[in-house]
Write a protein that binds this ligand. Structure first.
Ligand SMILES: Cc1cc2nc3c(=O)[nH]c(=O)nc-3n(C[C@H](O)[C@H](O)[C@H](O)COP(=O)(O)OP(=O)(O)OC[C@H]3O[C@@H](n4cnc5c(N)ncnc54)[C@H](O)[C@@H]3O)c2cc1C
Ligand code: SF4
Length: 847
């Protein structure tokens, strides 16, 4: 077996290990990874989302399968200090030595800090790793908590490039006032031209980020406990933090020390196989200088990792700098910027076509060949929604007049015009040809295409293009809900609403076949509940509900139920808390505060549910719908009520929204949050619809979620007043409920929508389909007809009959339910090894 040593456990080192384990089916290589950082590999491209609520786990790149792979060993927190090429041996800082047959340097880059006096003072940081961000967060929190301070804490961000703007946005999210200092005459000088730069500066400034271009930081000093940044023009800026984000340098010291050649501007020199001048040593990612040139993006690094994996396994892969895609899209809140191909029109004879609309706040430029037939590159500022469609066209004949391709309302580029070699996913270098081959091999949905080609799994900008290519390849994705209906959920919704069908049996007899199943029954039950808002356990509807809706509570692993009363906006009185405490104590329920700011009581026996609800309902509580595919909670921070940073009443709005949308049955659960300022303590951007207060009103974000595939919500409308906000959410929810597929949360619903967020905005803000009146009326009906489901059961003796463990012995409690005490509360007793696992519900009659 051969030994591969990988130095660096960053994004590219990780990709190499994953590619080796995918391809080395014979198990010929034993891999050891040596990483300087103590953490498991994480998504550095998404680093900034760490200050925006994403956790280290959510950013993690490796999975348990790779971690448990017997052919892969990790030594983290132990940097390689020396390489002895003659002995083919590396030694680490801790004294560990390892020999290799192949050595791959994947050491990335380090941030460049200009050599200004004071650069190492406490309060000065770089922006590259999770550790850097932890340190920045701690410093920002300390500055905010300083009792002697007046006004908002501030930060100087040195560098107005891609990373500098990301860092500035992160400072904003941390509650600091950022001031960006950029030596070039415009922001993002590498990617954006003068026209785009001017608009970009306007848009960035509107985000509360001050910008100073054409000046540099000359020195950092301290004055009465604060930092002072002196600029090259003599201006002095006070700050609590200074963040250097002024570029990167390849981490090539190891190579230099062991005598390997480096590129003219740094980076380990490698040939088109990514091999250094030593046959046993390779370099990939940001530390490598491919034929002398380094690349500061992840896509070239991933391509290098794939080439080396192929070579180590006997392949002949090679790469040329021309193949590398240097397109970039900035992930800055509310500011769309993208640059691709020859953005600066350096190709001889290149023509520039510019559409500049200062009123709309958009700047679009296409660079085309001298005969205007071939797209060479472009810059999009203010609206980059066409980036995903335009970027793959680089190098191809233009399918349309270039002006129409960037004009408002102009033609959408057609994917069918692309050659097979066109790169659709630049992060993972996936071409249209590869995607078409995968489709031919049976990948017939966007998730399947993502899984088998990796396209769309890094920055995600190409996902709409994947859907278009599927359609263009003639893939008819079956929308049939199940064997009993040929219609999708959205189509059934329209049928039920249009034909005013009020029962499952009427629907299936006219539009389906058979007697229904576990898929179609709950879906139709939910549609009927949305449209008519009658009790879900009324008559035949009771037979349609799934496990939890059956008992209006969540079934737990030991067959008991959890009870969650609604605590709108997380606001609860002391009297309410006392009642909850008394109920939990009297029924021996385990209590826990949930992530949605309410109290969950676990361990209720099915026959105790009505009595528990009775006490809660009498105290003014109602069902929190924790069991339903419906609105769960609207989480809130304390906003202007208590917080000195708050700019709006976030609790008041959260309570209003939660009471408005409670009980709305939907294709999946719905979560929401309201934050009283941009500090975002309610984590509203991880919700299906999240609201963040601004000085002028509210910003509404949609399509966020946690869970398996976390996603940040995107800005739908900004600075709107409360009435406009509520109307927009009404329409958003009703449009979602009406058109989403079964179990489709808002994020994939928007992703799958032709035109995505822009289309959604057109429909519910501009009423492009002329349905807003219907959506408004539907929500008004819902709000008017809401009634508490628990109270509905308590008032109906027939419904109460369902709440027994055994239909044939209603007074007998389930004897298998046992508890033990843990930390002062009841928890399920561990099962005996021979004890059967509870998998079903007790038999209940349907009427
Ligand atoms: C905030 C931010 C935003 C970004 N956004 C984008 C983007 O939108 N698009 C894009 O394409 N790229 C983006 N990038 C760049 C992208 O993250 C990098 O291109 C990518 O991480 C490079 O991967 P790498 O493995 O070469 O280097 P890294 O991910 O930096 O990993 C190198 C690893 O090697 C370790 N190491 C160094 N020396 C040693 C040693 N002697 N021994 C052991 N380990 C060592 C380092 O500690 C590090 O963990 C962004 C970067 C940042 C910081
Ligand atoms: S207003 Fe809300 S989001 Fe802003 S700092 Fe206060 S608690 Fe946090």
């Amino acid at each position: 077996m051969s030994r591969l040593v990988v130095v660096g456990n960053g994004m590219v080192g990780h990709r190499l290990v994953a590619a080796m384990r995918d391809r080395d089916t014979a198990g010929d290589w034993e891999i050891t990874v040596l990483g300087e950082e103590t953490r498991r590999a994480y998504d550095r491209v998404a680093l900034s989302s760490y200050v925006d609520g994403r956790s280290e786990e959510e950013l993690r790149l490796d999975d348990d399968e790779l971690r448990g792979d017997p052919l892969v060993t990790y030594h983290l927190g132990d940097a390689v200090a020396t390489v002895d090429r003659d002995a083919r041996r590396v030694a680490t800082a801790s004294g560990r030595t390892l020999t290799y047959d192949a050595l791959v340097l994947a050491t990335g880059s380090y941030p460049f800090v200009p050599p200004v006096p004071g650069k190492d003072l406490p309060g000065c940081f770089v922006y590259r790793t999770l550790d850097d961000l932890d340190a920045i967060k701690a410093a920002a929190a300390a500055a905010a908590d300083d009792p002697g301070r007046r006004g908002r804490p501030s930060a100087i961000v040195v560098g107005g490039g891609l990373l500098g703007l990301e860092a500035a946005r992160a400072m904003r999210l941390l509650g600091l006032s950022p001031q960006v200092v950029e030596i070039a005459p415009r922001l993002m000088p590498v990617q954006v031209d003068a026209g785009g730069g001017a608009l970009l500066e306007r848009l960035v400034t509107a985000q509360g980020i001050a910008v100073r271009t054409g000046v540099s930081l000359a020195a950092v000093s301290t004055d009465r406990g604060r930092l002072v940044g002196t600029l090259s023009d003599g201006v002095e800026l006070d700050a609590d933090l200074v963040v250097f984000s002024a570029g990167i340098r390849a981490s090539d010291q190891l190579a230099r020390d062991c005598g390997l050649p480096v590129g003219e501007r740094g980076g380990v020199w490698v040939d088109d196989r990514c091999r250094t001048r030593d046959d046993a040593v390779w370099a990939i990612g940001e530390c490598a200088a491919l034929e002398g040139r380094t690349y500061g993006l992840v896509a070239p690094g991933y391509a290098m990792a794939e080439v080396v994996a192929d070579r180590l396994l006997g392949g002949e892969a090679r790469m040329t700098p021309e193949e590398l895609d240097m397109s970039t899209q900035l992930k800055l809140l509310g500011v769309d910027v993208a640059s691709f191909g020859d953005a600066h029109a350096v190709t001889e004879g290149a023509l520039e076509i510019v559409v500049n609309d200062p009123v709309e706040g958009t700047y679009s430029k296409l660079v085309v060949s001298d005969d205007a037939s071939t797209l060479l590159g472009g810059v999009l500022v203010g609206d980059a929604s066409r980036y995903g469609a335009l970027r793959p066209l680089v190098g191809s004949r233009l399918p349309d007049d270039p002006v129409t391709l960037i004009s408002k309302g102009g033609a959408e580029p057609d994917a069918s015009a692309l050659p097979d070699s066109a790169q659709i996913c630049s992060c993972n270098a996936v071409t249209k040809g590869t995607l078409c081959a995968a489709i031919a091999d049976g990948a017939h949905t966007v998730p399947e295409l993502k899984a088998c080609t990796r396209a769309g799994t890094t920055c995600g900008s190409c996902v709409p293009a994947l859907a278009r290519i599927l359609a263009q390849q003639g893939v008819e994705v079956s929308k049939a809900l199940c064997d009993h209906f040929d219609h999708s959920r959205a189509e059934l919704f329209e049928i039920v609403a249009g034909a005013r069908i009020t029962s499952f049996s009427a629907l299936i007899s006219r539009y389906g076949r058979g007697s229904g199943c576990d898929i179609c029954k709950p879906v139709v039950g939910s549609i009927l509940a949305t449209l008519y808002n009658e009790h879900v356990l009324d008559g035949e509807r009771a037979t349609l509900q799934d496990t939890n809706d059956h008992f209006l509570a969540n079934m737990q692993r030991n067959g008991t139920y959890s009870v969650v009363p609604r605590i709108a906006g997380g606001e609860v009185t002391p009297e309410g808390l006392i009642v909850i405490g008394e109920v939990a104590r009297d029924y021996g329920l385990y209590t826990k505060i949930t992530g949605g700011q309410r109290i969950d009581m676990f361990g209720a026996r099915v026959e105790d549910l009505p009595a528990i609800w009775r006490r809660l309902v009498d105290a003014g509580f109602e069902s929190g719908h924790a069991y339903g595919k419906s609105l769960r909670t609207v989480k809130s921070c304390v906003g202007t009520t208590w917080c000195r940073y708050g700019v709006q009443d976030s609790v008041g709005l959260a309570v209003e929204l939660e009471l408005r949308y409670r009980g709305l049955r939907s294709p999946h659960k719905l979560k929401s949050g309201v934050s009283g300022c941009a500090r975002e303590c309610a984590e509203a951007r991880s919700k299906d619809f999240g609201v963040i207060a601004t000085e002028h009103g509210w910003n509404l974000y949609v399509g966020g979620n946690g869970g398996f595939t976390p996603r940040h919500a995107e800005l739908l409308v900004s600075d709107v007043d409360t009435a406009t906000l509520v109307r927009t959410i009404d329409r958003f929810l009703m449009f979602y409920v009406r058109t989403a597929e079964r179990l489709q949360r808002t994020a994939p619903w928007i992703e799958a929508m032709e035109g995505g967020l822009d289309h959604l905005r057109a429909v519910i803000v501009d009423d492009s389909l002329g349905i807003c009146g219907e959506l408004d009326a539907a929500m008004a009906r819902h709000v008017d007809s809401y009634a508490d489901e628990w109270a509905g059961v308590l008032a109906d003796p027939q419904k109460l009959e369902r709440f027994v463990s055994f239909v044939n012995a209603p007074d007998t409690p389930d004897p298998t339910v046992r508890f033990v005490e843990e930390r002062g509360q009841n928890v399920p007793a561990p099962g005996r090894p021979d004890e059967p696992v509870l998998i079903g519900l007790p038999e209940v009659s349907s009427r």
